[in-house]
Write a protein that binds this ligand. Structure first.
Ligand SMILES: Cc1cc2nc3c(=O)[nH]c(=O)nc-3n(C[C@H](O)[C@H](O)[C@H](O)COP(=O)(O)OP(=O)(O)OC[C@H]3O[C@@H](n4cnc5c(N)ncnc54)[C@H](O)[C@@H]3O)c2cc1C
Length: 588
């Protein structure tokens, strides 16, 4: 059988595409996902929980051997360690293991996409789709939807942690007002975070919200899980299908009129390159037959570089419910850097730093540069699909990102030290999601004993607690030193900069005559026929947002473009948005 659409990757975008394209009974759709199935009747508790801090630690849910270099060393000769970089490997993709945050970014992000050559992706053109994907339970009006597949809400008073609440009020006293709606008019301030959870209070991955039992029963939709596509197959320059592992061993070929690669910001460029689309010299060096040279494949890799400042929490202000969502509020502010847009900085205000006993004793401001300028790359190490690509984010390769993260650390440490926080924080210390922290967080008896011993010691340490934290938990330097010594802060940020799991941009949209653009604004790969990309790789620049909702918006729009290709009957999702709403009301 030749399908109409063969979708490779069933993540945040792939599930949306499969659901939307198969709405038309005349289209045969096949969805292929490397990881396991996640359906309404069969969802692991750690994935379903509104507390998201365990799902991404389970190696069954991620590409377990994927690693990445984060920071950019002072010298090209300096060694650049890599660390595990979690990317989802299960149906629903990132939406099944992420932190549930559901935000869109600034209107100027999408106007920037259009200005960079992604025609049709301005804010005015994207907003109707952001509305269409959501049912916002807290807010209505021109910026919100009330009938989309994703229910969005914010934490209520009863569930808000005392620590998070106090940080918000401390920041308000320091000039950062408390706002109501993170997805409302784009303004600086603190907000209770918008999250995607069902009315029953559980996670809503696209594998559930879009691939409902009814959708799965469609005779024109076939879902294959546990199959990692090896490469896209071509006849001349036309994609005709893909090679995937066969159920009983060996390989099988799935044929399709159109192949849509939706394997995410890291694995989509890798799959394209393995299939002969990418920088010619690199691919030839690996013995890969060229189909089309597109130098931009794997370039423009973007992330939100991050750094954290933490505090030991007095017992009375710790999160009591282990199943509660922890990223309860956010702080958006403008760095004031000349080239940066308003609201270019973000901090997640975390009620706890981990799922375990030590994590429950730590509150945290997790900062990231929301409009980052550094760019990295994904390159193939081998034509063998079982070998992960090399991922180098080169975070801080643009000095403006370093400057803003240092400023963030200072602001965070000062806010936590504010006397208004007395009774809500104790010792303040630098924190990082280092390989050591990641290792200790892994469930298991040996780690549990270590964590339990440390937690008891911390509680009993009294006047020595600060020294114990600095000696055992902080990454070799104190907050006081970093605040007093700019060079030390510089070194700390360079060494400990991390990501936020927002890898994107590696097959960016743009015009065909832009040598680094990979696809058209409809996701069609330049230089070949029958091949599209649809996921976070398409983003021309990184939005000031966690990337899940923007990716789902992209998938809804691309599905709509596909369905209406060759027709003139395209309509915006209802209700139609009027011009006045799109301008004055929602900018600064
Ligand atoms: C730990 C974590 C926390 C995050 N927190 C948030 C958050 O709170 N809010 C937010 O907005 N964003 C968050 N993100 C980011 C967000 O989830 C992603 O940007 C989004 O999921 C990207 O969607 P995608 O469709 O591009 O890729 P993915 O959702 O990653 O989907 C790609 C899918 O393709 C599959 N695949 C890859 N290669 C192949 C192949 N060869 N054959 C078949 N299948 C393949 C993968 O297994 C995966 O399921 C987080 C991400 C992670 C990992």
């Amino acid at each position: 059988m030749t399908a109409d659409h063969l979708i490779l990757g069933g993540g945040s975008a792939g599930c949306v595409l499969a659901a939307r394209l198969s709405e038309d009974p005349g289209r045969q759709v096949v969805l292929v996902e490397a990881g396991r199935d996640i359906s309404a009747g069969d969802i692991p508790p750690d994935v379903q929980s509104r507390y998201p801090g365990r799902a991404y630690l389970d190696t069954r849910n991620i590409w377990a051997t994927l690693s990445a270099a984060m920071g950019h060393a002072r010298s090209n000769d300096a060694p650049r360690p890599t660390r595990r970089y979690e990317q989802a490997r299960l149906l629903g993709g990132g939406s099944a293991i992420n932190a549930l945050m559901a935000n869109r970014g600034a209107p100027s992000d999408y106007d920037e996409w259009a200005a960079l050559g992604a025609e049709g992706w301005s804010w005015a053109e994207c907003l109707p789709w952001f509305r269409a994907i959501e049912t916002d339970r807290d807010f209505g009006g021109p910026l919100h939807g009330d009938s989309g597949p994703l229910t969005i809400r914010r934490i209520d008073d009863a569930r808000l942690s005392p620590f998070v609440d106090r940080v918000m009020h401390t920041l308000a006293r320091r000039g950062h007002p408390i706002g109501q709606d993170q997805n409302g008019p784009w303004r600086d301030g603190t907000y209770r975070g918008a999250i995607a959870v069902s009315d029953a209070g559980t996670r809503l991955p696209t594998s559930l919200a879009y691939l409902t039992p009814e959708v799965r029963r469609r005779p024109n939709l076939r879902i294959l899980t546990g199959r990692a596509a090896r490469r896209v197959l071509f006849e001349g320059r036309r994609a005709v299908g893909a090679e995937i592992p066969a159920a009983g061993g060996g390989c099988e070929v799935l044929r399709a009129r159109e192949v849509i690669v939706a394997s995410g910001g890291i694995h989509t460029p890798a799959l394209l390159m393995r299939s002969g689309i990418g920088p010619a010299a690199d691919l030839r060096a690996l013995g890969i037959d060229m189909v089309a040279e597109r130098r931009g494949v794997g370039r423009n890799l973007m992330e939100h570089p991050s750094i954290a400042v933490a505090t030991y929490l007095p017992r009375a202000v710790r999160e009591r419910n282990p199943a509660e969502h922890h990223e309860q509020a956010i702080w958006r502010y403008s760095s004031g850097l000349a080239d940066a847009p308003a609201g270019d900085m973000h901090a997640a205000i975390l009620s706890r730093a981990g799922w375990h006993s030590v994590g429950r004793r730590v509150g945290c401001l997790f900062f990231w540069v929301n409009k980052s300028f550094s760019r990295g790359h994904v390159t193939l190490r081998s034509a063998d699909p079982s070998i992960e690509p090399e991922v180098d984010f080169r975070m801080l390769s643009d000095d403006r990102d370093l400057v803003r993260l240092k400023q963030a650390f200072r602001r965070g440490a000062e806010a936590l030290a504010d006397p208004y926080m007395d009774g809500y924080r104790e010792h303040v210390f630098p924190a990082s999601y280092s390989p050591r922290v990641a290792r200790v967080a892994v469930p298991g008896a040996a780690n549990a004993i270590q964590r339990g011993a440390l937690s008891s010691l911390l509680d009993l340490a009294g006047p020595w607690r600060g020294a114990l934290i600095d000696g055992v938990m902080a990454p070799g330097v104190t907050a006081a030193t970093l605040m007093a010594d700019d060079r030390a802060l510089d070194d700390f940020v360079r060494q400990h900069v991390g990501g936020t799991w927002h890898a994107s941009g590696t097959c960016r949209m743009g015009p065909a005559d832009d040598p680094l653009a990979v696809t058209s604004p409809a996701g069609a790969v330049h230089g070949v026929d029958g091949l599209r990309v649809c996921d976070a790789s398409l983003m021309p620049s990184i939005p000031c947002a966690n990337t899940n909702i923007p990716t789902i918006m992209i998938a809804e729009r691309i599905a709509d473009m596909i369905r209406h290709e060759g027709t003139t009957d395209r309509a915006l999702p209802e209700p139609t948005v009027r011009g006045s709403i799109l301008t004055g009301d929602i900018t600064h």
